[in-house]
Design a protein around this ligand. Structure first.
Ligand code: FE2
Length: 283
């Protein structure tokens, strides 16, 4: 399908689309930008294949969508460009280390939901990908919410989930949060069901950073979040992205969750780089 100056090839259920006809490194017109902006609103996850961006071009593309944010985890910060994060399992000689760089990416989450203004869009590119495993799965949280029925839905409206970086690290079996990280990201609460400002769609907003439900028995809240995650991550709500070298992905964190599938970090080289556009407080 032709849409403005880009080609849009959507998945069968309209969740995720591959975008052709644009060279992100070469720059593009405002009209093309508007077409991309329209496509992300509709499809939530966009895939651009065979893009040859360096870090500066990656940053420039991301900045078209708004101000970028840094990350409290300085271990993955780019040496020269602090708004770029590097996730890789290779050492300086380019050999696999056997260690996935961030275990929190292996569990379902939405980026940086543990801050008051969580991430809007994430732009991730893949200079080198695992040949087996390492796919990224996305869950359509608007469709997942829409598929809930009856009293279960009414129960969710008005609830607020507490999102907590420190607890999130514990749950994903990562190194403990540092004192500086805890000071920079104390727990925050967001509506469990938020309204997408561009579409008006109601969408579940949760994931691994969500530790429990505000003003609810702790165990009961954890069980509710686990139930909702099981519901939202059924195959019918999922897009599975099989990475190729030089893919660029753009996704909307307000209405999706994602996680990385396991791969053999001792054998496969996986290098991805990320820039994140700052969002607004969920409402
Ligand atoms: Fe993520």
């Amino acid at each position: 399908m032709q849409n403005g100056q880009i080609d849009v090839k959507a998945e069968a259920n309209d969740f995720a689309a591959e975008i052709g006809g644009v060279d992100l490194a070469a720059g593009f017109s405002e009209e093309t930008f508007r077409a991309i902006r329209g496509a992300i609103t509709r499809h939530k996850v966009l895939v651009f294949r065979d893009q040859h961006l360096d870090d500066d071009a990656h940053l420039a593309f991301a900045e078209r969508f708004g101000p970028l944010e840094g990350h409290i985890n300085t271990a993955t910060r780019h040496d020269r460009l602090p708004k770029i994060q590097v996730f890789q399992n290779v050492d300086q000689a380019g050999e696999p280390t056997g260690v996935h760089p961030e275990r929190g990416t292996l569990v379902w989450h939405t980026d940086k939901s543990y801050v008051a203004r969580p991430s809007l869009f994430t732009i991730l590119r893949s200079p080198s990908v695992a040949k087996t495993g390492g796919e990224t799965l996305f869950a359509d949280m608007a469709r997942a919410y829409g598929a809930l029925a009856g009293p279960a839905v009414q129960r969710l409206d008005g609830l607020r989930a507490v999102h907590d970086w420190k607890r999130s690290r514990e749950k994903s079996d990562e190194r403990p949060a540092t004192a500086a990280e805890i000071a920079a990201a104390p727990p925050v609460d967001h509506p469990l069901v938020r309204t997408h400002p561009d579409t008006g769609a109601r969408t579940l907003y949760m994931g691994n950073h969500a530790s429990h439900i505000l003003d609810m028995d702790r165990a009961e809240g954890e069980a509710l979040l686990a139930d909702l995650e099981r519901h939202a991550t059924q195959d019918k709500f999922i897009y599975r992205h099989r990475w190729r070298d030089n893919d660029v992905l753009l996704w909307d964190n307000r209405c999706t969750m994602h996680c990385v599938m396991p791969y053999d970090a001792a054998k496969e080289r996986r290098i991805v780089r990320r820039a994140v556009v700052q969002g607004d407080p969920p409402g």
